[in-house]
Design a protein around this ligand. Sequence first.
Ligand code: SER
Length: 340
Amino acid sequence: MRKEVILITGANGEIGHGLITYLAQHCSTPILALDVQPIDEDIAKLCSRFILGDIMDQMLLGRLVGEYEIRTIYHLASILSTKAEYNPETAHRINVEGMLNLLRMAVEQSQWQTNPVKFIYPSSIAAYGFPNVAAKTAAGKITEDQWTFPTTMYGCNKLYCEHLGRYYSRHYKQLASGELYENRVDFRCLRFPGLISAFTTPTGGTSDYGPEMLHHAAAGEPYKCFVRPDTTLPFMVMPDAVKSLIQLEETPRQNLSQLVYNVTSFSPSAQDFYKYVLSAFPKAEISFDPDKKRQGIVDSWPADLDDSAARKDWGWKPDYGEKASFEEYLIPVIRQRYQK
Ligand code: SER
């Protein structure tokens, strides 16, 4: 008999850390973790098995189908927006072909199961794209189907992967005779704002100025913020990001009126961030030194998201607003971490 597991790709990343910690405490299904990087000891011990491997390795994924009964996949592995611009074609291969490999694996898995395989996928504010700051400011909160004109390779990849998820859920091999492929993959996707964790810093993102400012200040290291003080993006803390993934996974399919949902919490400017950080760490050495090109990417992303569909369909509501995110989660936890 194959062993039932939850598969998490990109397990050693920011979201992976938060999600594995949560699942290990609240869910009895064992976790199969996959990452191209060795996994940190603190989360390795929470997983039933860790595989050091690549989502591009189709042989590896094929072997997993033979060995495990995978009912839920959290496909977190991705090359983020800044890193992707240094080698867009490689990023495309990992982000899109990697996704394709996982979706194909989900279809294969589902042939051995009665229920469709749940495929939970984090998309991003990078799927949006404004031509200039004036348009961004005028637009305010935007819904899932507005302004989807990404300017980064990462954003293009995320938007296209959302379409792939829909295709594999509803239209895969639609001309095949006999066997019906519909409903083999139960694809569910969140468009995340910038995420901030008290435990890890992201690698290679463009919303990273927020978390970097905070972690540098706590570590007593100077930080040059690469965007202007007035730059505004939506953000959310990791406990809320994990909560949204879990809630979306648990919602009965019939309650979901769409496949892709915005979720968000608060929209601080970089100056607001600076104020919170400085009030907690008065000796922090933070300066603003905008990088024109990275600024351009952030300026193309929305300042706020309309997440009313998630609120209506599955009762989404963040636990941490702006003040609580800093005062009840980020600052106390980070302070304790760096004091050790
Ligand atoms: N945090 C991501 C990035 O900056 C956006 O989803 O690339």
